[in-house]
Design a protein around this ligand. Structure first.
Ligand code: FMN
Length: 287
């Protein structure tokens, strides 16, 4: 797929878009999105959990059924929302991040603007549009449409407060053998690009809670989540688990692009962690 070949440039290009032009998304593109969402492969995470998605067209923030969608002024004039639906448990949240980020990158490839939303939207308004089953809930949604060139002051303010244009340096998130040894780009060798693409991933409030430990012989890459204390408590679910899945997706799509083969496994290393906020999540092992 052309999209997967271009994944590095797409990751570099993507950023959150919160204001949209009036231009409709052409039917041709809707068909592509629908086809994407019907492909099983695009809907499953590394642990086999499945997400589902629904496109909800809006006009001035009102759906076709007359439901008013609230985003507290964060999003202006989208053409539609894509609503993510997943089971509500710890593992499923990681899987959701992994699954939804590929969709976000695919939309970016179609030149459609997106913005991960996990906090600043009224979940109840979407519940009226979606038939939730069993333990399902709506972790995140994205508006879709074409970016306005003149950014609103509001967009600039949000970006400024989240520090959206910055990412933590390598030394704060990437480690070699243990958490006292920083990983340099030179030592990362083949993994330099996949880890750099991981570092560019979006995260809730741009907290970048990913910590990655590369083992000495570069066969295994261990993924940890450093929880930000009290963050997201009011949401009622651990949103940073979603950030983790996003970073994993950037990493493995880039590996795939560069023909570095491997797979996700549970292989917790016997390494001590710097503080109690660190949680081991998963390992990527070279084939
Ligand atoms: C899981 C998740 C939830 C997010 N929730 C919101 C949100 O509720 N409102 C919002 O304006 N931005 C939200 N964002 C967007 C982040 O603020 C943004 O990705 C980050 O600041 C980096 O900026 P960038 O996406 O432009 O690179 C969310 C991002 C992620 C990954």
């Amino acid at each position: 797929m052309d999209f997967e070949k271009k994944v590095i440039e797409i990751i570099k290009k993507r950023k959150s878009i919160r204001s949209f032009r009036d231009d409709p998304i052409p039917d041709e593109d809707y068909k592509k999105i629908e086809a994407y969402l019907q492909n099983e492969e695009n809907l499953v995470g590394p642990r086999g959990k499945k997400g589902r998605f629904q496109i909800v067209p809006v006009n001035r923030d009102t759906t076709e059924n007359g439901v008013k969608i609230g985003t507290y002024g964060f999003i202006k004039n989208p053409r539609a929302y894509i609503v993510g639906i997943m089971e509500n448990d710890k593992e499923a949240l990681v899987e959701f991040g992994y699954i939804f980020e590929k969709l976000i990158l695919y939309l970016t490839y179609l030149n459609i603007g997106t913005c991960w939303l996990g906090g600043t939207f009224n979940r109840n308004s979407f519940k009226e549009e979606i038939d939730l089953q069993g333990n399902e809930f709506i972790p995140c949604i994205t508006p879709i449409g074409y970016s306005t060139e003149n950014k609103r002051m509001m967009d600039k303010t949000i970006r400024f407060f989240a520090g959206s244009d910055n990412r933590k340096p390598w030394k704060d998130m990437l480690f070699l053998s243990d958490f006292n040894t920083m990983l340099t780009k030179e030592k990362a060798k083949d993994f330099e690009a996949p880890l750099e693409m991981l570092r560019m991933a979006p995260s809730a409030s741009n907290k970048q809670p990913w910590r990655v430990l590369v083992d000495e012989n570069k066969e295994r890459i261990h993924f940890y989540l450093e929880h930000t204390l009290t963050y997201g408590e009011k949401l009622g679910f651990e949103i940073q688990r979603i950030d983790m899945g996003i970073a994993m997706r950037h990493f493995d799509l880039t590996c795939k692009r560069l023909n570095i083969n491997g797979r996700w496994k549970t292989k917790k290393p016997k390494v001590s962690v710097p503080n109690e906020q660190f949680e081991y999540i998963i390992t990527w092992e070279k084939n």
